[in-house]
Design a protein around this ligand. Structure first.
Ligand code: IVH
Length: 721
């Protein structure tokens, strides 16, 4: 479930709401998570999470680099393809492709399916086309080839055209016949069906994992997939997988004329087939079969997620054929996700690597469709209050409280969610849940902000502790070494995690003392898995290369919310030196507003960014972290090539109006390059006002204060020298 909370944190993030620093943090976190999933998948053959969730995470990754293309500089993950076909199994090309089914969700969908078939076949009005209904088993499909009655080959579905050769693993499944000695079996035939794990075996396996202190599996389907595709067939055997036969692939001869008869034949040959396979003779009968299966669902010892309808006549199936990747003669009628009622025992607020506070409901454990659910996500503060991200009321505005009876929904591919609250069952004494306004981990203020991009108030509260918050430290450290920040190669993701777990690095300054501590034998990097002299010395030299940074890089690397590259540059240009930075922080501790006004005077600096910057550095813990860091490195003044002979050197300049020959930012850059400071408003400190077209109130004020005024053309002359 821990990873479920993590997945929920990742998937529920409104990426347009992230500040620049958070974009990088969030991106690195997402990539890290995907890389972990991929690694576990390749190494252990265990997908760990549902394909649908994996796909959603991959799409989120693509969305991130589409919206923020600069993030590509931070990781090469975008250029790798996830879920590479496993190298561990040979490939088998399916002679008859293993295609998928389209879905319907209600009776209208069913009527539509029948209608289309009738139209396609131009069926007479009084002719009903027989439709077989059978449960849709929630496992993974496999195809098994028999030649002269002997199981010779078995494969997974793969991409539908090419699967993996899992013959040895399939042979360990007890209810799959290894030989068939029936006289009516064709010389060569491929049986297809679903490999699954029973709910009781799944629970047994998870109990065993718990008793061994290991992480539990997510659901029976994924576990069956991981078990079938395990490199060691003994592991497959130990998992007690089962198989239901429900269709066929390549056949040297078709022994029957209907699907129903084929299924009966499979049964005679020794395969397990679903006892709920029914031949329906009317639309009402089909729908009845669906309702019956839906009722039976929770009493079955295996997961089913719908009913599959198939045209019974094989001749008609052949006439109907396929549309793109699905047959016209079959469809899946999906069930609604399963629900259950239980009580909320507690609400825990967890802090993610980017500081977001996510509430999780701790539930009285409840069995939903064979899986014991103990946690459900509550998304964010507003969700608990009964408000969605648009500010509209949900659950008729009923809030969620500890002790409430709630309805939980779980479908194979989503994290359990609270869908309704039984307000009538609520005890009068229950109190409204007060969402913490302090980080539960570090006690720093946890705040909600207005998005810089959308202007909407965020639904998520965030901890402002940054480098000081234990939950965020690792995220901040990863950001600190990332490409646009300190750019320390070889210390990203896994290495940082390893150093952090071993207490080698818990604050940025620790990075720069690694070499000395290794030499003094305070730490032993060489004792870590995969580390040798060469890799260690390479890392030290990468770190040493970055011991000297400019002030703007240093400010940016601190990962302060809203303080991105540009803001860091502007602040650094204004302050010039680290010494000045310390001075204004000391002053801000005395007269906060004075420093706030001083910094917001810089053209291009927003109040939100400056407040965030000051809040961060007036926090004593953060200041100490910065001081320890600056003791280890050299902080250079900003790299601006200043023309020493410039007549505007040291002047405070304000631009106003529209410029024709250049953009405002170019004009500003020129001014800064010549050593001027660009401010946003005209005050008595202003030395020069440069006016474009329609200058407005700043011109009036400058005239009142008798400030020197120059036009765009005059300014251009000054720039050219
Ligand atoms: S028939 C050409 N029958 O559902 C159609 N599929 O989305 C072949 N499944 O990949 C599939 N129970 O893994 C069929 N009774 C059943 C099924 C079933 C589960 C799965 C199968 C397939 C997917 C289709």
């Amino acid at each position: 479930m821990m990873s479920d909370v993590k997945i929920e944190q990742l998937l529920s993030c409104d990426i347009l709401e992230l500040s620049e620093v958070e974009q990088v943090n969030f991106y690195l976190e997402l990539v890290d998570f995907l890389q972990d999933l991929d690694r576990i998948y390749y190494d252990n053959n265990d997908p760990q999470i549902d394909d649908n969730i994996y796909d959603k995470l991959k799409s989120l990754h693509i969305k991130m680099i589409t919206v923020y293309p600069y993030l590509k500089e931070h990781s090469k993950y975008y250029s790798t393809v996830g879920y590479k076909p496993s190298e561990k199994f040979n490939k088998i090309i399916h002679k008859v492709p293993m295609l998928s089914l389209s879905n319907i969700f209600d009776k209208d969908g069913l009527e539509d399916f029948i209608d289309k078939i009738r139209k396609y076949l131009n069926a007479e009005e009084d002719q009903f086309i027989e439709i077989v209904s059978e449960p849709k088993i929630d496992g993974l499909s496999a195809t098994i080839l028999y030649e002269k009655g002997v199981l010779t080959q078995a494969a997974t579905r793969g991409d539908g055209y090419q699967g993996e050769n899992v013959t040895e693993n399939i042979k360990t499944i007890s209810n799959i016949p290894k030989t068939i000695d029936s006289l009516d079996a064709p010389d060569r035939f491929e049986i297809r069906g679903e490999i699954y794990m029973t709910k009781s075996d799944f629970i047994k396996l998870n109990n065993k994992m718990v008793s061994e202190g290991k992480q539990t599996y997510v659901n029976p389907r994924n576990t069956a997939a991981g078990s079938l595709r395990h490199i060691d067939p003994n592991v497959t055997y130990s998992r007690n997988l089962k198989f239901f036969a429900y269709t066929w692939g390549d056949l040297s001869k078709i022994p029957c004329s209907t699907h129903f008869d084929m299924i009966n034949l499979f049964k005679r040959w020794g395969f397990q087939v679903s006892p709920y396979t029914k031949n329906n003779k009317s639309l009402n009968q089909i729908y009845e079969s669906y309702l019956e299966m839906n009722n039976l669902r929770s009493s079955l010892d295996y997961d089913i997620d719908g009913v599959v309808y198939k045209v019974n006549s094989i001749e008609l199936q052949n006439r109907l054929g396929f549309i793109s990747r699905s047959p016209r003669w079959a469809i899946a009628h999906k069930f609604e996700a399963e629900k259950a009622i239980t009580r909320i025992l507690d609400i825990e607020v967890q802090v993610g690597k980017t500081g977001s506070l996510t509430p999780v409901a701790k539930l009285e454990p409840v069995n939903i469709g064979g899986v014991l659910v103990k946690n459900a996500t509550l998304h964010n503060e507003d969700f608990i209050k009964g408000i969605n991200s648009e500010g509209l009321s949900i659950r008729e505005g009923v809030d969620i409280r500890i002790n409430d009876l709630v309805e939980i929904i779980r479908s194979g591919d989503v994290i359990p969610k609270v869908i309704s609250v039984d307000k009538d069952a609520r005890n009068k004494e229950t109190e409204e849940f007060i969402f913490p306004i302090q980080c539960p981990v570090c006690k720093s203020p946890a705040i909600k902000e207005r998005s810089e991009v959308t202007g909407k108030m965020s639904s998520t509260r965030r901890c402002t502790g940054g480098l000081y918050c234990e939950s965020q430290i690792l995220g901040c450290l990863e950001f600190f070494v990332s490409r646009n920040a300190m750019n320390i190669e070889g210390l990203g993701g896994k290495t940082m995690q390893l150093f952090f777990d071993n207490n080698f690095v818990i604050s940025p300054s620790d990075i720069f003392t690694l070499e000395a501590r290794q030499r003094n034998k305070e730490i032993n990097i060489l004792s870590l898995d995969g580390w040798g002299d060469l890799s260690m010395n390479n890392l030290f030299s990468n770190i040493n290369e970055r011991r000297s940074v400019t002030l703007d890089k240093l400010i940016y690397s601190l990962g302060i919310r809203h303080v991105g590259i540009n803001t860091s540059k502007l602040i650094a240009q204004q302050l010039n030196s680290l010494q000045n930075l310390y001075e204004i922080i000391a002053e801000a501790n005395n007269d906060y507003n004075k420093i706030l006004n001083f910094l917001t005077d810089i053209d291009g600096l927003g109040k939100v960014a400056i407040e965030s910057f000051l809040t961060f550095l007036t926090n004593e813990e953060n200041l100490q972290i910065l001081k320890r860091l600056s003791d280890e490195i050299e902080v250079r003044d900003l790299d601006i090539v200043i023309n020493p002979n410039s007549v505007v050197q040291g002047l405070n300049i304000v631009f106003t109006g529209k410029f024709n020959g250049m953009s405002r930012s170019e004009a500003k850059d020129n001014a800064e390059r010549m050593g001027a400071k660009v401010l946003s408003s005209v005050t008595s400190r202003t030395d020069l006002l440069i006016i474009g077209d329609e200058p407005g109130s700043k011109l009036k004020k400058a005239k009142e204060l008798e400030i020197k005024i120059v036009t765009e053309l005059e300014w251009l002359d000054i720039v050219k020298g």
